[in-house]
Design a protein around this ligand. Structure first.
Ligand SMILES: CC(=O)SCCNC(=O)CCNC(=O)[C@H](O)C(C)(C)COP(=O)(O)OP(=O)(O)OC[C@H]1O[C@@H](n2cnc3c(N)ncnc32)[C@H](O)[C@@H]1OP(=O)(O)O
Ligand SMILES: O=C([O-])CC(=O)C(=O)O
Length: 375
């Protein structure tokens, strides 16, 4: 008989990886050995993609090469173009985007190539295509043209340009760029694990990423950033109303979205950066409401439950201040996490073994079959 496993596989080591590492007690996160506090705000998302997918921080020449590849890879094919108006009409953005990402495989020039080199090319294209797909979704449902990408802007700036239709202020683009770096990878989180399980059957990159999209959208994972914003906007009155809201929710046995984490038992290091960005944007936009609400909420949840905000909590007020529609918050998470997911699929394929854990059977034993008419 298999041994009883910890619920939700807590503390189980499911893979070896050299991509990222967390010390949950100390509240530390590193990408390939670089502490997140040292790189956040100092490297662009493009440099981060190079670090995660290719293993090193790029030289200028390598960064120029990757930037050119990303610009080339941005255009998605005719299948996603054809599907776009249909998927926009029904379902949520994450459902639509999961379907669109899956469809990208059909037009991918390396669709039939399962080599690591092809994986790398697909990984770069997926990172380039994802923000354009999200912006195309927004343009399609708003009935406007997708603005042309500006070669002077990076992935972050172009996304804000294409979502809002306006060239972003330089500081807004920098802040969003840092958000993308902060969300890029996080060891064996649910969506990355999903991607690795799929990849480990020797299935293809797009299948693994489609599965990861499905895992990310749940409110216990990436879907929490949207839920946080809905919470913040649902509270009437001033910051004092936040205390009552939290107490009522906890008394009713409901979770407060954006708090708690399987691994961090202290402040999530990414929340430290996002809190600062939320305050800076509150001052820049002259609207401190959701920042103040967030600060009050983190204080009450800490006092009442001893829980800290996770990456999704302050991301909500940051994205809101950047003009991103609330239902695109989780797709924005996917834009960033695409870099980590794809790096993990490559790593899995480079040294593969089928991932097939055991289970702990809890059903009845030795049942006797009887004919249907006698049951
Ligand atoms: C990018 C990300 O995925 S970050 C996480 C995003 N998700 C959220 O913000 C959703 C809210 N948070 C949660 O649901 C959880 O904290 C998770 C899913 C992140 C982690 O879950 P787990 O490690 O399985 O912890 P679990 O859900 O078992 O919680 C342990 C205890 O803390 C409580 N708890 C955990 N998070 C919260 C919360 N946000 N609000 C209130 N109580 C909470 C649980 O109710 C549980 O209490 P109990 O032991 O009295 O039953
Ligand atoms: O690691 C996790 O469990 C959730 C996650 O993806 C993150 O915090 O970025």
């Amino acid at each position: 008989m298999a041994e009883k496993s910890p619920r939700g596989l807590a503390d189980v080591v499911a893979a070896s990886t050299s991509i990222s590492d967390i010390d949950g007690r100390a509240g530390r996160l590193s990408y390939r050995g670089y502490d997140i506090h040292d790189i956040a705000g100092r490297i662009s998302f493009e440099e981060c993609v190079h670090l995660l997918q290719r293993g090193t921080l790029p030289t200028q020449a390598e960064l120029d090469g990757l930037t050119a590849e990303l610009a080339d890879g941005r255009r998605y094919g005719s299948v996603a173009t054809t599907l776009l108006p249909y998927v926009v009409q029904s379902g949520t953005p994450m459902e639509a985007l999961r379907t669109l990402v899956s469809s990208l495989a059909i037009d991918d020039p390396d669709a039939a190539d399962a080599s690591i080199e092809a994986d790398r090319r697909k990984a770069t294209r997926l990172v380039a295509q994802m923000p354009v797909l999200v912006a195309s979704y927004e343009a399609q449902r708003s009935g406007r043209e997708l603005p042309e990408a500006d070669p002077e802007l990076g992935i972050a700036g172009n996304f804000l340009l294409q979502i809002t239709g306006e060239r972003p202020a330089p500081r807004a683009a920098e802040i969003f760029d840092e958000c993308l770096v902060l969300h890029a990878d996080h060891t064996m989180n649910a969506s990355t694990f999903t991607a690795r399980v799929i990849a480990a059957t020797l299935s293809d990159m797009h299948s693994a990423i489609t599965g990861a999209m499905g895992a990310l959208r749940g409110p216990l994972h990436g879907g929490a950033n949207e839920a946080v914003m809905k919470t913040l906007t649902s509270i009437d009155g001033d910051a004092d109303a936040v205390d009552q809201f939290v107490r009522d929710e906890l008394a009713a046995g409901r979770k407060i979205m954006g708090f708690g984490h399987r691994v961090y038992k202290t402040e999530d290091p990414r929340a430290t950066h996002l809190r600062k960005m939320s305050e800076e944007l509150a001052d820049l936009t002259g609207n401190r409401r959701y920042y103040e609400f967030s600060r009050r909420m983190e204080q009450v949840v800490l006092d009442e439950k001893g829980l800290y905000p996770n990456v999704d909590f302050f991301a909500a007020s940051v994205y809101h201040a950047l003009g991103i529609p609330t239902d695109l918050f989780t797709p924005v998470f996917a834009i960033s996490r695409m870099s980590g997911w794809t790096a993990h699929v490559i790593e899995q394929h480079e040294d593969n073994r089928l991932i097939r854990p055991d289970s702990d059977y809890t059903g009845p034993h030795d049942q006797q079959w009887v004919e249907i008419s006698k049951r």
